[in-house]
Ligand binder design. Structure first.
Ligand code: FES
Length: 153
C-alpha cells in the first residue's frame, strides 16, 4: 500500500492506495466522490474523463493515480468560484454547447487546457483539431467550437 498526497480542486488530499494500478478516474469517482469526470470508453478514445493535471489536460482513465504525488488536479467541480461559473462554463451555456451533457465536463476541461496551452481562437480549424480528442455523439460540436473560440479570443 502506498500513500498519495496531492491537491484536488485547491484542497490538499491524502489517500491510501491499496492497488497501484488504480487510475485517476476511478480514484476521483469512486474514492473522492467527484463524478464530474465521466467514464466513457475507459481507454483514452473519447475524452469524457478529461481533467487538468498541473494545468495540462489528461485523460484520467489513462493516468495512474500513484504517479500524481504532489500534483494539482482540477475537475469540473473545481471550476466555479464564489457561485460564478468559469468563463468557459458560461460560454458553453451561452452557445447551447451541449445536449445530453455526458461529454460536457471533459469538453470544458479540455477547452481550458487548450487555453492554458496558449491557443488562440482565431483559427477555427485549430480549435477543432485541439478539441478533436473529445467526442460528442449529440452533434453539439458547432456550439462547442463557438464557445471555445469565444473564450480563446
Ligand atoms: Fe477516458 Fe474515454 S473514458 S478517454
Amino acid at each position: 500500500m502506498s500513500g498519495l498526497e496531492f491537491v484536488v480542486n485547491g484542497a490538499a488530499c491524502g489517500v491510501a492506495l491499496e492497488d497501484p494500478r488504480v487510475t485517476l478516474l476511478d480514484l476521483l469517482r469512486d474514492r473522492l466522490g467527484l463524478t464530474g469526470a465521466k467514464k466513457g470508453c475507459d481507454r483514452g478514445q473519447c475524452g469524457a474523463c478529461t481533467v487538468l493535471v498541473n494545468g495540462a489536460r489528461v485523460n484520467a482513465c489513462l493516468t495512474l493515480a500513484v504517479a500524481l504525488q504532489g500534483a494539482e488536479v482540477t475537475t469540473v467541480e473545481g471550476l466555479s468560484e464564489g457561485g460564478n461559473l468559469h468563463p468557459m462554463q458560461q460560454a458553453f451555456l451561452d452557445h447551447d454547447a451541449l445536449q445530453c451533457g455526458f461529454c460536457t465536463p471533459g469538453q470544458i476541461l479540455s477547452a481550458i487546457g487548450l487555453m492554458n496551452e496558449g491557443e488562440s481562437g482565431d483559427d477555427v480549424a485549430r480549435v477543432r483539431e485541439g478539441m478533436s480528442g473529445n467526442l460528442c455523439r449529440c452533434g453539439a460540436q458547432p456550439g462547442i467550437v463557438a464557445a471555445v473560440q469565444e473564450v480563446l479570443q
